[in-house]
Design a binder for this molecule. Structure first.
Ligand code: MEV
Length: 299
């Protein structure tokens, strides 16, 4: 028997960086998935685009850690993914959660989703040194989620286009950018604290707009949120070029998603093809996707 699970990636509608200071944020699962198949075997093997290995914490750190976390059963694991790696879209959370879930079912271990999310977060912390629980939570449960309360908001049915600058957004880079914002805040608390508070207020207002499915207003506020992320110093010329290209092509709004400094932007739009072409013309790699209520699921 082979057991296959998939788990989604995520974007931030509002609130990255401010969430580090306890402000609310809205994170959303998107229909880009990592699929993991697990099969009982007579040795541990892991195959992905990165190659075929045994338990290998250099090449496959997340999958190896997930196997180890579940007491290293002899399992053959195969991975395929729609989520670009190291782009701030939660690819490591998705592969971790899907691996845990596939092995859990294949070996009848009986863990529930809460436990899988918790183990997933512990693995990200171990591999990366530090990690917020947001990615593993959203990948496990799916949906549009208010952070830190973890409340599920209504699912949205508007198009999303992600623009990848193809400049890596590694965990190391995330840590550097979080530190950079902290230093700026220490130097100018009277200026930076209100910006962080304002970013927090988008999630509060956003919740109401999500309920009304008011995409035009959500987009407008995403664009304001982008301006404030730029003000915090986490923007790049490449990210701004993609954000402006998306808006010029008629997107409701567009912003950085994740830590910034490279990685991805996200646009909300009812004409995804047009926005995707504009992002490609501006030098990005466009991915058209949608919101999903489905977290980790058996295929
Ligand atoms: C990174 O995806 C989001 C940040 O807010 C950091 C975090 O919440 O851990 C920048």
């Amino acid at each position: 028997m082979t057991t296959t699970y998939s788990a989604p990636g995520k974007i931030y509608l509002f609130g990255e960086h401010a969430v580090v200071y306890g402000e609310p944020a809205i994170a959303c699962a998107v229909e880009l998935r990592t699929r993991v198949s697990a099969r009982k075997s007579d040795a541990i093997t892991i195959s992905s685009d990165l190659g075929s290995t045994g338990l290998d914490f250099e090449v496959h750190p997340y999958v190896s850690s997930a196997i180890e976390k579940l007491s290293s059963p002899e399992v053959s694991v195969e991975i395929s993914s729609d989520i670009p790696v190291g782009s701030g879209l939660g690819s490591s959370a998705a592969v971790t959660v899907a691996t845990l879930a596939a092995i859990n079912t294949e070996f009848g271990l009986g863990y529930g989703r809460e436990e899988l999310a918790r183990m997933g977060h512990e693995i990200e912390q171990k591999v990366q040194g530090a990690a917020s629980p947001t990615d593993t939570f959203v990948s496990t449960f799916g949906g549009v989620v208010e952070i830190p309360s973890r409340r599920q908001l209504d699912i949205l049915d508007c198009g999303i286009v992600i623009g990848n600058t193809n400049k890596g957004a590694t965990p190391k880079k995330t840590a550097k950018l979080v530190k950079q914002v902290a230093v700026l805040r220490e130097e100018y608390p009277e200026i930076i604290d209100p910006i962080i508070k304002t970013i927090g207020s988008f999630a509060k207002k956003g919740e109401l707009l999500v309920r009304k499915k008011d995409y035009a207003s959500l987009g407008r506020l995403m664009s304001v949120n982008h301006g404030l992320l730029d003000a915090l110093g986490v923007g790049t010329p490449e990210l701004s070029a993609l954000v402006y290209a998306a808006r010029d092509a008629g997107a409701f709004g567009a912003k950085i998603t994740g830590a910034g400094g490279g990685g991805c932007m996200v646009a909300l739009t009812d004409s995804p093809r047009k926005v995707a072409s504009a992002i490609e013309r501006a030098g990005g790699k466009a991915i058209v996707t949608e919101f999903t209520a489905e977290g980790v699921l058996q295929e």
